[in-house]
Write a protein that binds this ligand. Structure first.
Ligand SMILES: [Zn+2]
Length: 461
C-alpha cells in the first residue's frame, strides 16, 4: 500500500475520541489511521509529533464581500484567511451587490468561488424570489439566508432582496424551503421594537458605540428574543429546518434548548465576538471596531454553557470586514458606521486557547467548528470529521505555542483586527484541503481555484 500523505506522530481527533496514530491521506480522502510502526509508504510524510490533528473548520457564515464590496474583501483574500485560520470550507452570504437572490446571481458567485477560492465553498442565497427557490436548491446549495429586517432598499448591510420581516412572508418562505429539504438561516431581529428603542437612545443624543451597544442589548435583549420566539414558532408551523445566526442572550439560548427538546429541527451558532469580544470594556475600548453588540455577563455565561452542553451547535465566524474609514465615523455617529467585524482567521485558534484555559474540551471544539456544522448543512460523512472516506480537510494544531495576534498578521484587505495585542496559547501549524496543503509554517501555500463546491452528497437533502 502506498498513499499520498502521512501525518506522522500526532494525536488524531476522531469521532470516537483522540487516538495516537498516523493519519493517511490518498486521493484527497482520509485513507486510514494506523499505528506508528505500520509500514505504509507515502509520497510525502510530515512529522507532526506532539501536535494535534483535527478536522478543518466548516464556517457557514462568511461575508466575502464579492461581488460588490471588493474594497473591503474578496473571495480570494477571505479564503487566504480561512486557510491560515484552519477553516477548510466557507459558506458565503447573500448581502452582496447584486444580492444573491436568484439563479443568475448564484451562478455568477459560484463562478467567482471556483476561480479564486483556496478552500472549499458554498453560498447561502436569499429566498426572496419564489420561482428560484427550488432551482437554487438544485444547483447544490446547502442553505438559504434571510435578514429578519424591514427591507428598506438601502445598499448595505441588508441590500434589497435580503431582508424580510413580515411574518406571513417568512412562513411562506419556510413552506417553500421545507420542500427543498435545505436549512434556513435567519438573522433574528425585531425592527418595530428596534425603531422604538433606537428612538429613545438617539433622543438622548447617544449616537455612540456605547449608545448603539446599549440599544441592541436593551431590556435583556428583547429585540433578539421576540424575533427568535417568532421564528421558532414559524419553523414548527412549517416543519422547516432553521438555523439561528449569532445567538447571544440567555433567554434565547434557553428557548432553543426547549425547542430542541420538543423536537424542532433548529440549530444555532455563536460568532467569535460572543465568547471573546463582547464585554462592556470591549465596547468602550474598541468602539465601532467591535461589532458593537454588547453581551452582558449573563448572556456570555449562557453562551459558554450552551457551547459546552451542545445547545449551541456551532461556531461560525460571521467574518464581516470593513475598512477603517467605514468604522472611524462610528466614534461620533455609530448609526452611520458599517457594523460587523472580521474574525475568520482567528476563531479556531481562540477556541483552542479556550481548551488550554479549561473553558471547553477539545472534543467540544471539534464538534462546534467541524462535525456539527457539516452534519447540519448536508455534509455529513463528507466534511467535518476525520473518518475513512471523508474529505481530507485537516488541521495540524500546536496546543503549546504562545503567540500574539497583531494587525501586521492580518491577511484581510482591511489590515486590522479587534484582537490586536491578544496573547493566545495555541496555533494552527498546517491546513490541508482535500489532502492538499494550503497553509504551512505561517504561509498560505494554497492556490486560488483549488477550492471546490461543498455540496450535499445526495440531491434534495
Ligand atoms: Zn453575517
Amino acid at each position: 500500500m502506498s498513499v499520498d500523505l502521512r501525518l506522522s506522530g500526532g494525536t488524531v481527533a476522531t469521532p470516537s475520541g483522540s487516538v495516537e496514530a498516523d493519519l493517511l491521506v490518498h486521493g484527497g480522502k482520509i485513507a486510514g489511521l494506523v499505528s506508528r510502526d505500520t509500514p505504509v509508504e507515502a509520497t510525502t510524510t510530515v512529522d507532526v509529533t506532539g501536535k494535534h490533528v483535527l478536522p478543518g473548520m466548516v464556517d457557514v457564515h462568511v461575508h466575502t464581500r464579492e461581488p460588490g464590496y471588493e474594497h473591503k474583501e474578496n473571495i480570494e483574500t477571505t479564503s487566504r484567511q480561512a486557510a491560515a485560520g484552519g477553516v477548510t470550507t466557507i459558506f458565503g452570504m447573500p448581502n452582496l451587490n447584486p444580492p444573491t437572490t436568484n439563479v443568475e446571481t448564484l451562478t455568477d458567485v459560484f463562478e467567482r468561488y471556483a476561480k479564486t477560492s483556496i478552500v472549499d465553498w458554498n453560498h447561502n442565497p436569499a429566498p426572496t424570489q419564489w420561482d428560484d427557490i427550488q432551482a437554487m436548491a438544485d444547483m447544490g446549495i446547502n442553505a438559504y439566508k434571510i435578514y429578519m429586517v424591514v427591507d428598506t432598499g438601502r445598499t448595505y448591510p441588508h441590500p434589497a432582496g435580503t431582508g424580510m420581516h413580515d411574518h406571513g412572508h417568512l412562513l411562506r418562505m419556510m413552506d417553500e424551503i421545507a420542500k427543498t429539504g435545505k436549512r434556513f438561516i435567519i438573522h433574528p431581529h425585531d425592527q418595530a421594537l428596534m425603531d422604538y428603542i433606537e428612538g429613545e437612545v438617539l433622543a438622548r443624543g447617544e449616537n455612540t458605540p456605547q449608545g448603539y451597544a446599549s440599544a441592541y442589548a436593551a431590556r435583556s435583549g428583547v429585540i433578539w428574543d421576540t424575533a427568535i420566539d417568532v421564528i421558532l414558532r414559524l419553523s414548527e408551523a412549517a416543519d422547516c429546518p432553521i438555523h439561528i445566526a449569532h445567538i447571544q442572550t440567555k433567554r434565547s439560548i434557553e428557548a432553543v434548548r426547549r425547542a430542541k427538546a420538543r423536537g424542532v429541527d433548529v440549530t444555532c451558532e455563536v460568532n467569535h465576538w460572543g465568547p471573546f469580544l463582547s464585554t462592556w470594556d470591549d465596547v468602550e475600548r474598541l468602539g465601532p471596531y467591535a461589532l458593537s453588540y454588547w453581551v452582558p455577563d449573563e448572556g456570555r455565561e449562557a453562551i459558554w454553557q450552551g457551547m459546552r452542553d451542545g445547545t449551541i451547535d456551532m461556531c461560525s465566524s460571521d467574518h464581516a470586514p470593513h475598512t477603517r474609514e467605514e468604522k472611524e465615523v462610528g466614534w461620533t455617529e455609530m448609526w452611520s458606521a458599517h457594523t460587523g467585524t472580521p474574525g475568520i482567521q482567528y476563531y479556531y485558534p481562540l477556541l483552542l486557547d479556550a481548551v488550554n484555559k479549561g473553558q471547553l474540551t477539545l472534543e467540544r471544539v471539534v464538534d462546534l467548528v467541524a462535525t456539527r456544522p457539516a452534519a447540519s448543512f448536508g455534509l455529513a460523512g463528507l466534511k467535518g470529521e476525520l473518518t475513512v472516506g471523508a474529505d481530507a480537510d485537516v488541521v495540524v494544531a500546536d496546543m503549546a505555542s504562545p503567540w500574539t495576534i497583531t494587525h501586521d498578521g492580518v491577511l484581510s484587505k482591511i489590515g486590522w483586527t479587534c484582537y490586536d495585542g491578544r496573547e493566545i496559547s495555541a496555533r494552527i501549524d498546517r491546513t490541508y484541503v482535500r489532502g492538499t496543503e494550503v497553509f504551512a509554517d505561517g504561509q498560505v501555500t494554497g492556490t486560488p481555484g483549488h477550492g471546490r463546491m461543498a455540496a450535499a452528497n445526495h440531491g434534495g437533502n
